[in-house]
Design a binder for this molecule. Structure first.
Ligand SMILES: [Zn+2]
Length: 143
């Protein structure tokens, strides 16, 4: 008998975790303080954002509903940043500080990773605090 393994009949002995990512973009102005370069002057970017959550795949075959992820991120983050001035929220509106701010705003999600692009070729990646990382099962690298 030919045993065929398909996604539907795979026997899961343990919980199968999956990373689920949604991409967003928004337009916002900022300027860096105590910085000497073109970013010290007021200017805008089309910022790109990846929000990744980690969750177990349920009986319905879903780990996290893309629609729900989109709704939460739009409500808590995009609606507040789009066509805004980031320095109203952050004294130093670097991509790094923005990633931490976004993480804190989305704490209700099982966050795994946040990526923020300031330009098409420049981005930062944030995994949250050490405590956050343990909560989603990310293994710590030995120091
Ligand atoms: Zn900039």
């Amino acid at each position: 008998m030919n045993k065929q393994r398909t996604a539907d009949n795979v026997q899961r002995t343990a919980k199968t975790y999956m990373l689920v990512t949604k991409e967003f973009s928004f337009d916002a102005a900022h300027n860096l303080i105590n910085y000497h370069g073109s970013c010290e002057r007021l200017h805008g970017h089309t910022w790109k954002l990846h929000v990744t959550v980690r969750a177990p795949v349920g009986e319905d075959g879903l780990a996290f509903d893309f629609v729900e992820l989109k709704k939460v991120v739009n409500e808590k983050v995009i609606s507040r940043l789009d066509h805004g001035y980031l320095n109203d929220l952050l004294k130093q509106s670097s991509a790094e500080n923005l990633a931490v701010w976004i993480w804190e705003e989305l704490k209700e999600l099982p966050l795994y990773e946040i990526k923020v692009w300031e330009t098409p070729t420049s981005f930062v990646t944030y995994y949250g605090s050490e405590k956050d990382q343990k909560a989603v099962g990310r293994k710590q690298k030995a120091e």
